[in-house]
Design a protein around this ligand. Structure first.
Ligand code: GDP
Length: 322
């Protein structure tokens, strides 16, 4: 198959590219940002007509943390709506039968019952801080469903839990908790600091999935027979959650990261910083029943991610001193 991976430079797209390249069975099509502006309908259509993929993985998105989401809400809703509409429409226009769209667990209502089942979609108000992004991702699910209903396509969606791994954003302040803490504990261990401060009470619980597990899940879902996907996603052929279905407290995560980075000092909880939602974990029963479960334990995944982070640091250091 000729597979177009939209967004192959991002954390998710690059993991899917690695996974599919290792399989060696498919011809992979990619286009960098300079080559193809996914928010431009004409450009996307022309590209798809020229390259004629058999299948599409839609891993492109404008993403960011809470700060970026609240500073650039127009960019987040506009760019993500355009990318989804352009790629999904162009896929249909050029006869692509199968497409996989990647979303995020922020599509679910803020107060959804935990663990969050796929059916919780559109049952309540969203978390306001990233609502524009979430609305665009919900629209992408509905685009797939609607093209399937009207045009008989086979476009699918998966919603991963919090992801981490190579290619993540390790900014000490702006990053999500896992890469942010890896960077902070690393700096503390190197400088011999006695304390590291984590935000909030340490009691919120989160679920973390290594991006290579997500890549494996994405390829698994792409390869499912239509009947299997449709039966698993009844009644709307909507989407599947991807994750472990289990969570860990932020303090326990911090202790694991302290261990991996060699930090031996004290961990302090800054309770003046927000905890956010107390718990966020996905119900992953549908994927389990289809026969897929993740493989990379948090312990192994953290170590691998830390190794990658260290390599990047060394490369950056070499670059700066050359
Ligand atoms: P969320 O899952 O959308 O709440 O996003 P985050 O990954 O930013 O935060 C998850 C939890 O980790 C929240 O309870 C934060 O208060 C807590 N946390 C603790 N230390 C940090 C940190 O250094 N950075 C971030 N982003 N969150 C932290």
């Amino acid at each position: 198959m000729r597979i177009f991976i939209a967004g192959h430079n991002g954390m998710v797209g690059s993991a899917i590219l690695r996974h599919l390249s290792t399989m060696g069975r498919h011809e992979l099509i990619t286009a960098g940002r300079q080559q193809l502006d996914l928010t431009d309908p004409r450009a996307v259509l022309d590209f798809m007509y020229a390259r004629r993929p058999d299948a599409v993985v839609l891993a492109a998105a404008r993403v960011g943390g809470i700060l970026a989401n609240s500073t650039y809400p127009a960019d987040f809703i506009h760019d993500n709506l355009m990318i989804a509409a352009n790629v999904i429409h162009a896929a249909h226009a050029t006869g692509v039968r199968r497409l996989l769209q990647l979303g995020s667990s922020c599509i679910y209502p803020r107060d959804a019952a935990q663990p969050i089942n796929e059916d919780a979609l559109l049952t309540g108000p969203l978390e306001p801080s990233n609502e524009p992004y979430a609305i665009a991702k919900i629209a992408a699910i509905k685009l797939c469903e609607s093209y399937n209903r009207q045009h008989g396509t086979d476009y699918r969606s998966v919603m991963p839990t919090n992801l981490y791994g190579p290619g993540d954003n390790f900014h000490p302040e702006n990053a999500h908790v896992l890469p942010g803490l890896l960077a902070r504990f690393h700096a503390a261990a190197r400088s011999g600091a006695n304390t590291v401060t984590i935000w909030g009470s340490g009691t919120p619980r989160r679920e973390f999935l290594h991006v290579d597990d997500l890549a494996a899940a994405a390829v698994f879902v792409m390869g499912l027979e239509s009947a299997a996907y449709n039966a698993a996603t009844k009644p709307m052929q909507s989407h599947l959650n991807i994750g472990w279905g289990t969570d860990i407290s932020i303090l326990d995560l911090a202790r694991m990261i302290a261990d991996i980075t060699g930090f031996e000092g004290q961990i302090i909880c800054d309770r003046t910083k927000p905890d956010g939602t107390p718990r966020k974990v996905l119900d992953t029963g549908r994927m389990q029943r289809l026969g897929w479960t993740p493989k990379i334990s948090l312990q192994l995944g953290l170590r691998a991610t830390y190794d990658w982070f260290l390599l990047q640091q060394q490369a950056g250091h070499a670059l700066r001193s050359s």
